[in-house]
Design a protein around this ligand. Sequence first.
Ligand SMILES: Nc1ncnc2c1ncn2[C@@H]1O[C@H](COP(=O)(O)OP(=O)(O)OP(=O)(O)O)[C@@H](O)[C@H]1O
Length: 742
Amino acid sequence: MRTRTQLDGVLAQGGGGTHQNRSERDTFAVMYAERLSRLWAVENGLCFGRLDLDDADADVDKTLYIGRIGMSDDEQVRLLIDWRAPVAQPFYRATPASPMGVTRRRHLRTRDRRVTGVDDDLFDLDRLTDDDRATLNGEAALLAALGEKRTGRMRDIVATIQAEQDRIIRSDLGGVLVVQGGPGTGKTVVALHRAAYLLYTHRDVLARRGILILGPNPTFMRYIEQVLPSLGETDVLLSTVAGLYPGLTATARESAEAAVLKGSPRMADVIAKAVRDRQRMPPGPIDIDLGNYTLRLDRRTLEAAASRASRGRRPHNQARAVFVRHILAVLARQAAKQLGRGLLEEDELADLREDLRTEPAVKAALNRLWPYVTPQRLLIGLFSSTERMTYAGLRPAEQDILFREPPRGGASLWTEADVPLLDEAAELLGDIDPAVLRAAALQAEEDLAAARQAEEAERQSEIAYAREVLELTGMSGMVDAERLAARHRGDGEHLTTAERAAADRTWAYGHVIVDEAQELSAMAWRMLMRRSPNRSMTVVGDIAQTGTAAGATSWAGMLDPHAAGRWRVETLTVNYRTPAELMAVAADVLTLVGPELKAPDPVRETGVRPWARRVGGPEELAEVVAGQIVPGGRLAVIVPASHAGPIGAAVTAAVPDAVAGPGAAALEAPVAVLTVTEAKGLEFDSVIVAEPAAILTGSPRGAGDLYVALTRATGALGVVHTGDLPAVLSRCAGLPEDPRDG
Ligand SMILES: Nc1ncnc2c1ncn2[C@@H]1O[C@H](COP(=O)(O)OP(=O)(O)OP(=O)(O)O)[C@@H](O)[C@H]1O
């Protein structure tokens, strides 16, 4: 209320006054508005816990209230302790064996501002009154939270964080913390709470450098994005690998074998060779015709310039300056001789060099010999030329997999597996100096206009070059110098940390969190490690759930190349999502993934067995789906990618409001048809797995995929199949009654 009044007061002052008044007013308005939205975000369940402490320590209040944020009254008396504060820790960690000074822990359940339930854990029975004893109630808070219907968005768990999770959330900032855990053990939710905890505890570093959270797909990112605002955090960038390269969205699809090849660590060498390819000198001399006379660059001169430029490990585009300087010096001396002016003073030679630098024929030669190259151009050039691919070390069979025509029109060109390659290339190519870009683009515009007017055939190569520069700089069609300047000014003064980080490929994050980390390819890890030079990371995943063929089979394989000796593993062992009856079926499938793997222990039972039903085809399948809808609940039909089309069509035709495919709508809909990849990391009240045999055989990691599909439900699980039911699912019973008939 107080903040609302303050904001209204500031806004009521209107827009007049001096510049300083206005900017102060704006600052306060933004501050109060931010605080208000923070308070709104946490209002629901603001206070969820109470700790009664024994009074051994007189400095500490005897009763503490724990909440989503900390609050004090006007006299600075503490009303509510932020859940992340050190004094709140016993709320999550105290046990009867180690009570940490707590006599009673109370969970408060609220709706709006009303208390709807109270659950107690008691650590010192002797100290309680008879009334208090009457209200005792063990794990009810957790089970109540787990039993609630799913909303399509992940919720925070501040009220019920478990001790093994709390240890991970509050683990030190430094080094790489690997959180290994089976499905439903809370890896994602713990990672998000860790982000909030770290920002609270290490605000100085992390508010400046930000936290990057990387997840498997955009639907998953939408599923989790609301958790962080509810924890009051905004200095966090949520992204996928496909979204991590500024300025492009990688939405194109490609074959699994192309993705695997692009993800293999060998590609680092391929990209390095592709860059060197752009620095190769022609075998013979080249002549530069300047009208009155001709200059010649022989092979020795070219090789010497190239080797000088590549010395010192400068990125390609910056090394170009060295190459150009060397060549211009040689050309200036030759020109002086040809002009019959003998030995010139240094300043005269400098003038001559500058004259030559702007000569179109010299420019064209330099651009052929050592062109500016962007990562995009490098990859387009590489994958559209068998000659370039051969030079880069790709074998003919690999070239067939990777070959693609240069793009035409505005079709989306980039795939997720291209992104780490672009990043690798960007690292080796380096930026093109914005001043050079600006000058080049303006010059190119002029050249283009002049050439168009003159329509001189011999200027065709000039036109081509000008076009290339414009395309390269993304400035095609822009003639306005001011707009060009604005584009490159990039002061970013008014951006949040997360926004500035998103726009900057070279941003070094204060902490990086990777969810579903088992899916990342070796090249994706290289890209990610560049974003985390301090190797302060939380890496979350489950080796047993690896779905992509480019993904990992061991944590050491993933991390040793980048952080050997600097990573530690914590394991989560309790499954909070999937009931015991479902987990028994999933555990059978897990033995196919690896006989040594152990499924996490489910925390609850529902008494309902998973069922299986044979159907004749997609239409009958859709009828079965329609019969399983529970009003208000969310059901997912998880399908093999090969069947997504027909089953999606049949279900959307049979069930009103059903959605096929990923996206925000799939999170909201009562029924969503998703592939295993699309359902990864998500959860639903009920799940129907369609055609499990095709999931098993659909990819080399088919058993892992089926395991993922079977562990998405918090309630009911069914399996629908047209062929024989795979033997591994024999625990599933017959289909139960249609709940609508009951
Ligand atoms: N301490 C807790 N209190 C209440 N709910 C919890 C707790 N821990 C986990 N959950 C719930 O359990 C479910 C599974 O959590 P989460 O999605 O983070 O698991 P995961 O390990 O990432 O699973 P997967 O690997 O299958 O994607 C979520 O609904 C989450 O809110």
